[in-house]
Write a protein that binds this ligand. Structure first.
Ligand code: 26Q
Length: 800
């Protein structure tokens, strides 16, 4: 029970909804639309959240506690209404109250727009972290950008991805509070005047950052932190001279220009690097956040030297890395500290999380562009670099090379801790991209394996499973997920295991019904639901999955009377608009699905579907209904993965490589409950050195050769036979992501999956053990690790 507010009855909750409908929205229940009900319900929930929020804020001030600031260009928060209801334990009251008002709970929840203010894993991790920070009562704040348009909306035309702007802000939503009092002017460009030790930066372009706050409620409403998103606007929104001349377009120009900064989220696209607007966004977020953080610090403390003991700033990847030079600039140029002291204070305050080792994804900026937008910061970067080089004369890796600013090296040097997001990834950081810096600073790199919030990714999205767990071990697992271990003895209880298996069947039936009604996909829930959902990328190898699907189709055709295990292969995910290879993979899967699904011989055993517009809401629908989780990236390339954890938790065993957190998932759930295949990261690096490794693999596996041949002979694109020649060329040629070399073992593992699935009891036991042993992958555990090892922050809850 939340201590701040008395428990709510269904009746009082119904009255609260009606009150908001009437007085906040001016609607008569008889004429209210779905959106009105959704807003009234949201406001009734929000009132309770605000109570917790104020008391948490008061307690943070009273305690003078160290605060954590999470700077991220992305927060993939999804819908928030159910989150609030679940965390305040108001599900029964909300359902009951709406029923009395003649409204359907699920229907009302489904009306909320899905806030897609992120691309994928990195953004969703930030959202899970915010929820865990609140659950743990850690005084914290997230800082991001209030994008007018989040990640694009995806549809398919003739199997091809089409992108349309996403418009979450066009619908009303209940969760943000505009803070006109929290505004800062952010400058760009201009020049620098050096006077002695200091410099004066005079920008020639100014934009105003305005704050919008969203409360983030923790479990049981015991604590709530703030997500503060910045929106850009013009300092002088209106050019009256132009207006008076009758040039109305020019009059509105300043506002339109300024607003472009927070207009749209960049779709993770490494080919788009070097775009001026992206750098402007990064500085806009970072500078506004730092000004806000220092203003709050100054209101509580007198001595700036206390900064590292009162403030911890986490950089979510290098995207806010300009925080290093900007903090040094403020402390040195504006506040008069020596350069060395400014650097020491900044390093003591900042820490950096790396999310990728892909060389093409490591951020760097051309010095011309960087210096044009941030002339003083370029000088400071050079000075930081020189200071670091002076201290470590043997150093070869600079943050200034090839006329670029290397954001990874800058972040490393400016942070007191640098972390990877899984054990394997952290190890690889030390031996690959950060090898030299790690040698110079051997205590700096630490691991914090990712996690996911069990409130959203089990309790809310899988209510049937949650209630079986409650019946079995009680409710302690909500904020102590390792208690799921106590399910283990029950997997050998036949009646209990039957209930577990029935829940998966029910979730599959629900998904099948929804797909039939809304997606035009007819699926038999008796089939194995085999699911791969994530951004489309060569290293994630959706093309290996579809090749295996094609090979399976051919095998079934060749021998339709053999014992095939019926499967539904489900895909979902977006490709960056400029990543043409990834878009070809989408088209191939759609084309192949059309041909395979139309084949009457294989139809009882194999069906393929690609669901459009993957987002958080779709993930919440798919994951509880999954039998099999596809985590098949080239070893060494997926930093961690977090979908893999959500599937395991919801009872879908993994078919996967030893990559990212898969390694730790396998250790936790047990090797016998995980379908392992493929080369290790080391073996991949060795294999690449062998000339013609793909050709060797193809020559050795006729199934692979036959599947690849369909990409050349127009099996799936008769009207354009060479449509997929590009993919075939790539795989038969360099095959950097070793699809061919891993294919044969992938096929073997999939046939093992088939055999295991034919034993329903054995499969259910394996699935249940995945649930029972996934408790360690709670983001509560991850955040406790950051608090202890990186931030030195403490919970302000007595019994978190
Ligand atoms: C960079 C420059 C310009 C525009 C966009 C970007 C950009 C945007 C987003 C670069 C990268 C991203 C996102 C990266 C990401 O999501 N990484 C994933 O992070 C997860 C959380 O740690 C891991 O689980 C995944 O393994 C990792 O791929």
């Amino acid at each position: 029970m939340n201590m701040n507010t008395p428990s709510l009855t269904t009746e009082s909750f119904r009255d609260a909804i009606l009150r908001h409908l009437t007085y906040s929205f001016g609607k008569d229940p008889a004429h209210a639309m779905l959106e009105d009900w959704r807003m009234a319900l949201s406001y009734a929930v929000r009132d309770r959240i605000v109570d917790s929020w104020f008391s948490a804020t008061r307690r943070s001030y009273e305690a003078g506690a160290k605060r954590v600031y999470y700077l991220s260009m992305e927060f993939l928060i999804g819908r928030l209404l159910e989150d609030g209801i679940v965390n305040l334990e108001l599900v029964d009251q909300a359902k009951g109250a709406l029923a009395e008002l003649g409204q359907d709970y699920q229907n009302v929840l489904a009306d909320e727009p899905d806030a897609a203010l992120g691309n994928g894993g990195l953004g969703r991790l930030a959202a899970c972290f915010l929820e865990s920070l609140s659950t743990l009562g850690c005084p914290a704040m997230g800082y991001g950008i209030r994008y007018e348009h989040g990640l694009f909306r995806q549809s398919f035309r003739d199997g091809r991805q089409c992108e349309a702007p996403e418009t979450w802000l066009l619908q009303r939503h209940a969760w943000e509070f505009e803070r006109p009092e929290a505004r800062f002017r952010i400058g760009f460009g201009g020049d620098v005047k050096i006077t002695g030790e200091r410099a004066l930066w005079t920008p020639d372009e100014m934009v105003e950052a305005e704050a919008f706050d969203t409360p983030v409620i923790g479990w049981k409403g015991r604590w709530a932190n703030t997500l503060r998103l910045w929106s850009a606007r013009a300092v002088d929104p209106f050019d009256l001279d132009s207006f008076n001349r009758g040039d109305f377009a020019a009059a509105a120009q300043p506002e339109a220009l300024a607003r472009t900064i927070s207009r749209v989220l960049y779709p993770d696209d490494t080919t788009e690097q070097g775009k001026e607007l992206r750098l402007k966004q990064e500085f806009f977020l970072t500078a506004a956040a730092l000004r806000d953080i220092l203003r709050r610090f100054d209101s509580e403390h007198d001595d700036i030297r206390a900064l590292p003991s009162k403030v911890a700033i986490q950089l979510n990847d290098t995207h806010p890395a300009v925080a290093g030079p900007e903090l040094v600039r403020i402390l040195h140029d504006e506040r008069g500290l020596s350069f060395d002291e400014a650097m020491t204070l900044a390093q003591g305050t900042l820490s950096y999380t790396n999310h990728t080792l892909l060389p093409e994804a490591l951020e760097s900026w051309p010095e011309g562009l960087f210096g044009k937008l941030l002339p003083r910061h370029l000088q400071i970067v050079d000075r930081i670099d020189a200071a670091h080089a002076a201290r470590h004369p043997s150093r070869t890796q600079s943050m200034r090379a090839d006329h670029e600013v290397k954001m990874g090296n800058l972040s490393f040097v400016m942070a007191h801790k640098v972390n990877g997001v899984s054990a394997l990834h952290t190890g690889l950081m030390k031996t690959t991209v950060f090898e030299e810096l790690h040698g110079l600073h051997p205590d700096r790199i630490v691991n914090q394996t990712n996690g996911v919030t069990p409130r959203r990714w089990l309790l809310a999205c899988n209510p049937l499973l949650a209630s079986l767990i409650n019946d079995t071990i009680g409710e302690g697992w909500f904020d102590d997920l390792e208690q799921l271990k106590r399910l283990e003895p029950h997997v050998d209880d036949a009646a209990w295991l039957d209930r577990y298996a029935q829940i998966k069947r029910d979730n599959k039936a629900d998904l099948a019904q929804w797909m039939a009604e809304t997606q035009g996909v007819k699926a038999d829930p008796a089939m194995m639901f085999d699911i791969q959902i994530k951004r489309i990328h060569e290293y994630k190898r959706q093309h290996m999955n579809i090749l295996e699907t094609i090979a399976l189709w051919q095998a079934i055709k060749a021998d339709p009377d053999a014992h095939w295990t019926p499967r539904l292969k489900l895909f979902a995910g977006k490709a960056a608009p400029g990543y043409f290879f990834a878009k070809d993979i989408i088209r191939l899967i759609n084309d192949a699905a059309e041909v395979i699904n139309a084949d009457p011989v294989t139809a009882p055993f194999l069906k393929v579907a690609f669901l459009p517009n993957y987002n958080v809401t779709l993930a919440e629908r798919l994951i509880p209904a999954a039998d099999l989780s596809e985590q098949i990236s080239t070893a060494g390339k997926e930093a961690s993965g977090t979908g893999n954890m959500k599937f395991a938790l919801n009872g879908a065993p993994t078919v996967g490589t030893l990559d990212g957190a898969n390694v730790e998932i396998r250790e936790h759930v047990g090797a016998e409950n995980f379908f392992l295949f493929g080369m290790t990261a080391e073996e991949v690096m060795e294999r690449r050195k062998i000339d013609g490794h793909a050709a060797h693999a193809i020559a050795a596996d006729p199934r692979l050769a036959a599947a690849l041949a369909t990409l050349r002979d127009g099996t799936f694109s008769p009207e354009e036979p060479d449509r997929y020649a590009g993919i075939a060329d790539n795989l038969e040629g360099a095959d950097y992501f070793t699809v061919c070399s891993d294919f044969t073992d992938y096929w073997r593992a999939q046939r093992e999956v088939d055999a295991a699935y034919r034993d329903p009891k054995g499969w259910a036991r394996m699935a249940a053990l995945n649930t029972a042993r996934s408790g360690w992958f709670s983001s509560d555990r991850t955040i406790q690790g950051y608090m202890a090892d990186i931030w030195g922050a403490e919970s302000l809850l007595r019994n978190p």
